[in-house]
Design a protein around this ligand. Structure first.
Ligand code: UDP
Length: 329
């Protein structure tokens, strides 16, 4: 339902703009959030991006600033959200997302998944908007089922170093379902598996930025453990296409979004060295506590429900991301 513009409008251009559906995106200045804002604008929406800039950056929004349908507001969704006017979609992407980032901000990470989610759901309810939660494969913890279907409940250590992120996202999912059941809010939950692409921070601490920065600088690549743990990497454009599909055609039940092509971390390091034409060596470091041993999405549900399928292969995606890291290193 497109809600009528709430204020008297001046020019025909303002009237035209107000008829476009409006999306409110928390974490809009983050890696995935900024790509999502772009995609929403491209699909003809107005976008209000909210971000406290703890891990996001204004630089990520440089190409969007000045767009007539784009607005940025520096604010923390944990402190309450005050948005005037209409909103058709409310998308909650705010959160530190890499293990070193949530390790550095554990309480904020817990709050943004719980209080922040509740505030964003409240906004969606007040506006009659569809709400979408950016959840994560971390809800599966160190999975005992492989690959991971949405029906798997997970194996999470609540008191380990990843607990602040994993449990916050699990609570966020419970909040979304509660608002759906108790208040009939139209909700969506996506579980994002490892994703990479331009605008990841060089200092983010995840495997792809670390390996790429190290390979391009000729420094040794730091593989944690023996590198036999696996991940499945999705390129950001595929992920964002999936998010729009879920908004349009999803329901309240969670949808895995990720690329099922699985590699070991050692294979990933070797591939990045090769693609970067680097002479870097590989060194081995301690495996972080509770580091999941394997991860691969079962995307049957996304395929059937949305007709969604990742299109960018692992190597093509890594080449594109490398290009970005070359430009910033
Ligand atoms: N990893 C690594 N070296 C690094 C950074 C990460 O070997 O410099 C490993 C990490 O231990 C994990 C995998 O790469 O097994 C993916 O880590 P990342 O932080 O990218 O994401 P996660 O999937 O663990 O959230």
């Amino acid at each position: 339902m497109i809600r009528p513009p709430c204020a008297a409008l001046g020019s025909p251009i303002e009237e035209l703009a107000a008829n476009k559906p409006r999306a409110v995106v928390s974490g809009g200045a983050g890696f995935i959030g900024s790509h999502l804002c772009q995609a929403l604008l491209d699909s003809g929406m107005r976008v209000l991006a909210l971000d406290n800039l703890i891990t996001g950056s204004r630089e990520n929004l440089r190409t969007l600033e000045g767009h007539p349908d784009f607005e940025f507001r520096q604010s923390d969704v944990n402190h309450g959200i005050f948005v005037g006017g209409d909103a058709r979609y409310v998308l909650h992407f705010a959160s530190p997302a890499s293990p070193p980032q949530y390790d550095a901000n554990p309480i904020h990470t817990l709050k943004v998944g719980t209080v922040g989610t509740m505030n964003m759901l409240g906004l969606a309810r007040a506006k009659g908007a569809t709400f979408l939660l950016a959840s994560t494969s971390e809800v599966y913890g160190d999975p005992l089922v492989h690959p991971q279907p949405e029906s798997y409940w997970g194996n999470v250590n609540p008191i380990g170093p990843r607990g602040c992120y994993d449990e916050a996202k699990r609570c966020a999912e419970a909040f979304a379902m509660a608002y759906h059941r108790a208040h009939q809010v139209d909700t969506r939950i996506i579980r994002i598996f490892n994703t990479h692409g331009p605008r990841m921070q060089v200092s983010d601490g995840r495997a792809v930025p670390n390996f790429m920065a190290q390979a391009l600088r000729g420094e040794p690549l730091t593989v944690y453990g023996d590198g036999s743990q696996t991940r499945s990497l999705c390129y950001v454009s595929d992920l964002v296409r999936g998010v729009l599909g879920v908004l349009e055609r999803g329901d309240e039940m969670p949808v895995n979004l990720g690329n099922p092509s699985e590699v070991t971390v050692l294979q990933l390091a070797e591939t990045i060295i090769r693609l970067a034409n680097s002479k870097s060596e590989i060194v081995y470091r301690d495996l972080p506590v509770d580091d999941p041993k394997q991860r691969r999405p079962d995307i049957t549900r996304a395929r059937t429900l949305l007709g969604w399928e990742p299109e960018v292969s692992l190597e093509d995606g890594l080449v594109r991301t490398l290009e970005y890291f070359r430009s910033v290193i």
